[in-house]
Write a protein that binds this ligand. Sequence first.
Ligand SMILES: NC(=O)c1ccc[n+]([C@@H]2O[C@H](COP(=O)([O-])OP(=O)(O)OC[C@H]3O[C@@H](n4cnc5c(N)ncnc54)[C@H](O)[C@@H]3O)[C@@H](O)[C@H]2O)c1
Length: 255
Amino acid sequence: MRFENQIAVITGGAGGVGRTLVRLFASEGARIMIADMDETGCRDVAEEARATGADIAFFAGNLREKGYCEQLIKATIETFGGIDILLNNAGVIPRGTIEETTDDMWSLAMDVNLNAVFFLCRAAIPYMEKRGGGAIVNTSSVWGTHPGPAHVAYCTSKGAVAALTKNLGRDCAPMKIRVNAVCPHEINTPMIRSGFERRGLDPDKAVEELNKTVPLGRIAEPEDIADVIAFLASDQSRYIAGETIEVTGAKPVSG
Ligand SMILES: NC(=O)c1ccc[n+]([C@@H]2O[C@H](COP(=O)([O-])OP(=O)(O)OC[C@H]3O[C@@H](n4cnc5c(N)ncnc54)[C@H](O)[C@@H]3O)[C@@H](O)[C@H]2O)c1
């Protein structure tokens, strides 16, 4: 029970990795505020976790809105009385080269993947400081630390999250707030599967093909990433701050 009575905000809590994070943190005693624009998904995940006895609330909304980000932290304080852990897991993946990237695609990537992380960290940090510390885990991507092909808005936004993490990791350490990021390679979630569907491919077959490109033999399952995030949020990583941890199954970024 690494998170007994700790209060955690999990963004993207209705998505592939997010649902797994909610289950894992609830099973280890966390009290959780789920955030996602998918209100039905939030309700489902919350009900599932409540059925196991967990203390869960959700606050659905659009992370593209600064007001929502700030309200989310306020709602967490009003509901649970504080905040110990912030998992900035939500993300979007507009796909394209620079010529294919519209203004809207660029803004979407920056709003969800970067600006929301900034607004949420800025709103949460003073409350963490009041409680004597905390942990923030941002989800970047290995495509943020090494550019992947033809995803210029996504890779740039995730690179900026890695940079923000290193800055905050340094600045917040004296407050005993540890800020780290996880940088996954491909994960078997709706994000990657919907990309295959859009290209007219069968997602199961496409994932099977992708598995062959990973030295460890398969792309990540959400649990593989959630376990690393939980480690970074827990006291087991008490001396790790300002790091971006690549979780790749030894697969390099190529192409
Ligand atoms: N799946 C991968 O291959 C992969 C690889 C590297 C990094 N990542 C990162 O991992 C994180 C989790 O991704 P996932 O694979 O679980 O994706 P997912 O698409 O399954 O889940 C993302 C969740 O974020 C929510 N979301 C998106 N835009 C939002 C907004 N404007 N406001 C509120 N909520 C919003 C969605 O509703 C969804 O529930 C993301 O940050 C993603 O960029 C994923």
